[in-house]
Design a protein around this ligand. Structure first.
Ligand code: ADP
Length: 319
């Protein structure tokens, strides 16, 4: 299958700050692709370059063969962009918002009407079409934004942290709809996220950290790089416990937010050894398959930090 996105040696600087450092990656047509990274890793900068809103200082990015800088009009016809910050007019109805957007793309009459019907059906909002956007829940508003960018039948949908601000149920619903849009429209979907479980739902994941592309692969490929299981330990004074576990040659024990994690190919034996040696200091011990969190730690040597800033809605650019 061909690639819809091809990025080569892409770098971007805000003044002296290098936000993207020599990124090369490609996205297969028709796939669901996640750009996963902690706050400040460069996801939004990458998103904005693909959306033709920022010009990189080095490297190239093409969408469907068109350069995001030189052929920006052709790129814009091929992409649908959903920003983190809401961009619907909350005083207009859902259908009115879509009609206005359609007009901007030169769509009119029966054709536009059909497209609006199809787009609203794709996100299960047909019965809310006459309602003002301000009367919709956060999840519905997000879905209405997606419907709006489907009108011109983009080949690539790019969404910047689309579940920001949604509760878990609305997030799950949003992802169900994204899957459906992908299956029904053949569009490629590229999503930035700092949430591991969202990246897990995608066909491929590119992990970003501090402006660099750390690794790309399917979630299973990435997790299989760890080559074993992970033992997770909770207890008091984790810093000292980690040092003692390392000193006893059971480590390395990596500190997570409120736990320690040790990669191992013989988890049951390690668990028994740890309980025998440090049982009194361990309040909980679990054995599990590696997660993308473990992959991040494994590849970067540090914890995936989701600071409060990354979980709140950052006000980012609009079209
Ligand atoms: P993410 O979306 O992963 O949180 P960003 O692309 O927003 O990352 O940011 C990458 C880096 O660029 C960060 O160090 C951030 O502070 C910096 N940055 C982002 N926007 C600007 C800006 N407008 N001016 C200066 N620095 C910026």
């Amino acid at each position: 299958m061909s690639n819809i996105v091809a990025v080569n040696g892409l770098s971007f600087r805000y003044g002296d700050r290098l936000a993207l450092d020599d990124i090369s990656l490609s996205v297969t047509r028709g796939s669901m692709f996640a750009l996963l990274g902690p706050n400040g890793s460069g996801k939004t900068t990458f998103f904005r370059i693909l959306a033709t809103l920022l010009t990189p200082q080095d490297g190239t990015a093409t969408i469907d063969g068109f350069d995001v800088v030189k052929d920006c009009a052709a790129v814009r016809r091929r992409i649908g962009i959903v920003f983190q910050s809401p961009s619907l007019d909350i005083h207009l109805s859902v259908a009115e918002n879509l009609r206005h957007s359609g007009h901007l793309y030169g769509l009119r009459g029966g054709d536009l009407q059909q497209r609006i019907d199809a787009a609203l059906a794709a996100v299960t909002l047909a019965d809310r079409r006459g309602e003002r956007v301000k009367a919709l829940s956060g999840g519905m508003r997000r879905r209405a934004e997606i419907a709006r960018v489907l009108l011109h039948r983009p080949q690539l949908l790019i969404l910047d942290e689309p579940s920001t601000g949604l509760d878990p149920a609305a997030r799950a619903e949003l992802w169900r709809h994204l899957g459906r849009v992908q299956a029904e429209s053949d569009a490629t979907i590229l999503v930035t996220t700092h949430l591991m479980d969202e990246a897990e739902r995608c066909d491929r994941v590119a992990i970003f950290d501090r402006g660099k592309l750390v690794i790309t692969g399917t979630p299973d490929e990435l997790k299989s790089r760890i080559g074993g299981d992970c033992v997770t330990i909770r207890g008091g004074d984790l810093k000292q416990l980690a040092a003692d576990i390392d000193a006893a040659n059971f480590g390395p024990a990596r500190a997570l937010d409120k736990a320690l994690r040790i990669e191992t190919t013989s988890a049951t034996k390690l668990a028994a050894d740890l309980m025998q040696r440090f049982g009194e200091r361990i309040s909980e011990l679990t054995i599990g398959r590696p997660t993308l969190d473990d992959v991040f730690i494994h590849e970067t040597g540090h914890v995936f930090e989701t600071s409060s800033e990354s979980t709140s809605s950052k006000q980012k650019g609009r079209r």
